[in-house]
Design a protein around this ligand. Structure first.
Ligand code: SAM
Length: 267
C-alpha cells in the first residue's frame, strides 16, 4: 500500500459527517479524561464531534486529522461559534504536534486507512507527545462487532466478495442544512483474515431539486485488532497501568461489548 492513509473521509463523506454525526455517548466518556488533564489532543478529530463541545466547555484541546476536508469543516463550525484552537492536518503515524499534551485521545480513528506498521508507529507518536504522567485514551471497535463483517473471516463466506454495488439512487437520502440531499452507500470489497484488515468502497451523492449534482467514490482500509493484541502493542510502546473499559462506559468490558477503550499511562 502507499504511504498515504486510505480513508474515505473527504468531499461529500466529510460533509455527511459535519451534517449528521454530531452526538453520541463517546462525547461524555472522553470529556472526563480531558477535564482531568489538559492540554489535550483529539487525534482524528474529524469535523469536531467531540472537540467542539469540549471547546464550548472551555477545555484546552487541539485537534488533528489526516483529512484536510474534515479539518476545514471543523474549522468552519468553530468559526461559526467564535471558538478557536490549534487544528492541524497530519496522519497519526506522523504526528508531530506544536506542543506536548497531558491527554491524547482517539475516538473512532485508530487502524483506519493505515498499515499495521503505521499503527505501531502511531502508538509510539502518542507516547512521545505525552508529558510524563500523561494519559492516552484510545478506543477500538472489536472485529466481531455487528457493524463489521465477522462472517467474512471464513473463506467459504468470502466467495461472495466483493459484494455487488447497490444503486446510489436507492440509498436513503438526508437533507442537509444547505437544502441539498445526501446519501452514502458502502460495500465490502475484500477481507484478509491473515493480515486482519478489510477494504471497503463508499459511494456518495448529493442532490439538488431531485437531481444528482455530485457523485464520488472513495475507499477505506480498516485494520482489525483484538483486545489482547492492542494491550501488548500499548505495552511495547511503553505505556503502563492500562485499564480497559467496555463500550465507552467506566466499567470492564464483557463478551458483549462492541468497543473496548484503553486508558494507558506514560510513566
Ligand atoms: C470515524 S471518523 C471519527 C471522527 C471523530 N473522532 C469522531 O468521533 O467524530 C474517523 C476520522 O479519522 C480520520 N483518520 C482516518 N485515518 C487517519 C489516520 N491514519 N490518521 C489521522 N486521522 C485519520 C478520518 O479522516 C476521520 O476524520
Amino acid at each position: 500500500m502507499s504511504n498515504a492513509p486510505e480513508t474515505w473521509h473527504y468531499g461529500l463523506v466529510a460533509k455527511w459527517w459535519a451534517e449528521f454525526n454530531q452526538d453520541g455517548e463517546e462525547i461524555a466518556y472522553f470529556q472526563k479524561y480531558v477535564e482531568q488533564r489538559q492540554p489535550a489532543l483529539d487525534v482524528a478529530c474529524g469535523t469536531g464531534r467531540l472537540l467542539i463541545p469540549y471547546l464550548r466547555a472551555g477545555l484546552d484541546v487541539d485537534g488533528c486529522d489526516v483529512s484536510p476536508d474534515m479539518i476545514a469543516l471543523c474549522r468552519e463550525k468553530m468559526d461559526g461559534e467564535g471558538l478557536a484552537t490549534s487544528l492541524f492536518v497530519q496522519p497519526m503515524h506522523e504526528l508531530d504536534p506544536p506542543r506536548s499534551y497531558r491527554t491524547i485521545f482517539v475516538c473512532g480513528g485508530f487502524g483506519l486507512g493505515s498499515s499495521r506498521e503505521q499503527d505501531v508507529e502511531a502508538l509510539g507518536r502518542f507516547y512521545e507527545n505525552l508529558e510524563p504522567g500523561g494519559t492516552l485514551v484510545l478506543d477500538n471497535e472489536n472485529p466481531y462487532s455487528p457493524d463489521y463483517p465477522w462472517l467474512s473471516w471464513r473463506k467459504d463466506e468470502r466467495v461472495g466478495l466483493p459484494r455487488p454495488p447497490k444503486p446510489l439512487e436507492k440509498a436513503e437520502r438526508r437533507r442537509g442544512s444547505d437544502g441539498a440531499e445526501y446519501a452514502l452507500e458502502s460495500r465490502l470489497l475484500d477481507l484478509d483474515p491473515l493480515e486482519q484488515f478489510a477494504t471497503y468502497e463508499m459511494r456518495a451523492g448529493m442532490w439538488r431539486d431531485g437531481e444528482l449534482v455530485e457523485e464520488e467514490e472513495h475507499s477505506l482500509r480498516i485494520n482489525f485488532y483484538f483486545k489482547n493484541e492492542l494491550l501488548l502493542l500499548l505495552e511495547r510502546a511503553g505505556f503502563t497501568d492500562i485499564v480497559v473499559h467496555g463500550d465507552h462506559r467506566q466499567e470492564a468490558p464483557t463478551r458483549v461489548s462492541d468497543f473496548v477503550v484503553f486508558v494507558a499511562k506514560k510513566p
